[in-house]
Design a protein around this ligand. Structure first.
Ligand code: ZN
Length: 145
């Protein structure tokens, strides 16, 4: 993996953004695990009027998984639910090595593009994004009946 990308990933691993669940609050909790690597993640989604106010996360896992959760939490913040789902889809494209839309994806997410060359790590990189996707889809279904 390129040095610059590795630095971005290590920065999010060492100094994770939005880490720590907020107890006594109404955020939507989603837990997922990745048995192939032992990664576990719980995310908590806070939305208000269709806007993702904040995403926090807690878990244990490899550096790719933890760093990716940090990037995801920043990438989705302040977008509406549909935009959030679109951003997540762009991240999946990036991880698969397919063309993706750089305009809507938080720039640090690009650091994970090298993961496409390591198929065993794809689940690590996408775990927190899958949790967020699951939560956003359930919120969308709830609001549209
Ligand atoms: Zn992992």
């Amino acid at each position: 993996m390129q040095d610059l990308y590795r630095q971005v990933i290590m920065d999010h691993y060492k100094y994770p953004r939005n880490k720590g669940l907020i107890s006594d609050s109404k955020g939507l909790l989603i837990h997922l695990n990745n048995p192939s690597c032992g990664d576990e993640i719980t995310i908590q989604l806070f939305t208000y009027n269709d806007v993702i106010e904040r995403v926090v996360h807690e878990g244990s896992g490899c550096s790719i998984c933890c760093a990716s959760a940090s990037v995801m939490s920043v990438a989705l913040e302040k977008h509406n639910i549909q935009e959030g789902i679109d951003i997540i889809k762009q991240f999946y494209e990036l991880i698969k090595g397919l063309p993706y839309n750089t305009d809507i994806l938080f720039k640090d997410a690009v650091a994970f593009s090298g993961v496409s060359q390591f198929p065993a790590r794809i689940k690590c990189a996408t775990l927190s994004w899958k949790a967020a996707e699951k939560g956003l889809i359930s919120l969308q279904e709830a609001s549209h009946g």
